[in-house]
Design a protein around this ligand. Structure first.
Ligand code: VGL
Ligand code: ZN
Length: 211
């Protein structure tokens, strides 16, 4: 348990994909996905630096099951490896791609969009799933001398987790505020917890921050 973490000007809160499609009325809903919004908004108040990511796919994206005549949650082999197929979600410009209306976005200094290339999905806010195409986020954080990143949002074992793993690889000190993330649960969640610990990320709670 890490208590009373105090935040300074070298820290950034990165809010991952709190968009309508990942909330209960959306096309790829995360159970209780909207329940994290109040604590995320409270956390935003603590930080000088806030970045938000936005899943942003063209219609007919290669990560959509509908593009392959397959059912959602099946997997296919892509040139960059295995890809889970999803229901159509977060189509650029659609209401589903918008941030949840209760999310406090005014504080955000940067919005990173990802997954906009038709042939590559992007879970991480740093790199697309080919692990080489960059979003520019690492360069942004470095130029702004931001060293510790605190991650919240959706989904723990996908976009939050992959962002955290890449953040560790890129040399940032990474904290995942686990009870301010949403998850599908099950084995995927457990595997990601183990991977994060192995990579050196710290799994912490909202209460470690808001004391
Ligand atoms: C996500 C699946 C597909 C996420 C995005 O934000 O975790 N998951 N696209
Ligand atoms: Zn997506």
């Amino acid at each position: 348990m890490i208590n009373n973490i105090s935040i300074d000007e070298n820290d950034a809160l990165i809010i991952i994909d709190i968009q309508n499609d990942f909330c209960p009325d959306g096309s790829l809903p995360v159970p209780d996905g909207d329940k994290i919004i109040a604590p995320v908004n409270q956390l935003s108040d603590l930080f000088d630096n806030v970045v938000i990511s936005q899943d942003w796919h063209p219609a007919g994206h290669s990560s959509f099951a509908s593009s392959h005549n397959k059912a959602a949650h099946q997997t296919i082999e892509m040139p960059y490896g295995e890809q889970v197929l999803w229901p159509d979600h977060c189509i650029s410009g659609s209401e589903g791609a918008e941030f949840h209306p209760e999310l406090a976005v005014a504080k955000a200094q940067l919005v990173v969009r990802k997954g906009f290339r038709p042939d590559i999905d992007s879970y991480s806010a740093f790199f697309e799933n080919d692990k080489t195409t960059t979003t520019g986020l690492a360069g942004y954080l470095r130029e702004r001398r931001l060293k510790r990143i605190f991650l919240v949002g959706l989904v723990f074992e996908f976009c939050v987790g992959f962002t955290a793993l890449d953040g560790c690889n890129e040399g940032f000190e990474v904290y995942v505020i686990e009870d301010a993330t949403g998850t599908f649960g099950g084995e995927g969640q457990q595997t990601m917890r183990a991977q994060l610990t192995e990579a050196g990320a710290s799994l912490i709670s909202v209460s470690d921050m808001l004391n």
